[in-house]
Design a protein. Sequence first.
Length: 432
Amino acid sequence: MGRMIIILALVLNLISAALFIGLVNRPVYDDPYNIFDVHNYATRGLSVDTLLSQRNPPGPTSFLWMAAGVRLLGGGELRDARIANLMSWLLLGAGVLIGTKYSSSPQLWYGALLVLLVFPHTLEATATILTEGPALLFAVAGILAWTEFASRPNITPRLFALGMLGGTLMGLAVTCRQYYLALLPAAALFAFYQWRRLASHEKFRWLAGVILSLVLTAIPVILLVLVWKGISSPGMATGTSYNHTWKATVGGNLSRPPVVAFYIAAYLLPFTFPAMFQLRASQRRIGLLVAVMGGIGVTYFSSLFLQPGPLNSLIRMASRLPYGGTVLFAVIAIGVIYNGASVCCLLWGQRDSLSSRAPVVFAIFAVAFFIAEQFGVGGNLPFYDRYVLQIAPFLGLIAFTVLPRLTPSRLTALACLSLLSHGMLWRFAFGP
């Protein structure tokens, strides 16, 4: 049943996105600088000059993917780039459905794909030229292959090939979206976690293979940094790309990690409900106390936590009533923190059995490092809540570990999220 639901969600997404691409042939959510970079790579190819002239903060590989579609299809540039992006989602869905047949944790990967398909921003990223599609394709395929390789003590030629392929794909994911830098320390920590569990006679050969795979992960990243002389494009590092409005570079940032953690917990809530009702009575009291105190703190700094996205829009609507926005945000913040604490408690309760579920361990490490790396995000570029889409598969792995059953109530919640995703895309068809 779960596999059929995933196939249905994938097909519906692809049909909706294809109809949108066919009917709406004008820029909507397609940033003009995205179009510029696609055009740049499509007409001039890949070179040091084109890399240095890139205007957007993400890495070049997603734009190169869409530029390849433009050159291959030879039609309208905007539509061809969107079609190429659509194909990345088709390959992602097909790759997971096929690859999980050979995985040791197929049900968890089904859950990861299902969460990704119904995520509110997924269709926007499927039918426009946003860069998340190719990035997720490389990241999910790479992690699926690499965790299978790194979780097995005996390295066969097939597993070795999987590990090298997975490492390379994870590196390409970083060159699509630099936030995937979190995959490198997550993979290193996962390797250390696995190494401690191996017998002494297995360690050397296994460790040599893992190190080689991580070197392959690092190579594309190092090459990009050498060309850009940094992790973001020169235009974004100097603040000249967006009319001197936005700047993205490496720097200290103490406020961004709590904001990112909050939005991750917010999107985790509908995927893990009703985890909060599965705690023991003593845990509920402590969790509720933490949630109330944390919710008050988050509400006090609401101007910091309300980043561009649907939550911000909802609070703005409620603010038309006296104290409506403040009260609603406080209730949401308390619920988000309480649910997040509940998920952490349930994961801790399953810690002994997690060792046999390698993808979940990797997902926990990846989410933790995704939050931690925000300390180094300098500049003034806000954290659009769409960015959580990049770690949606990890949230799916965690959600279906805590709550493995796909109950009618959970199906209803996922269906509502899917409808929201379709609505967020098709509103552009009727706008100016």
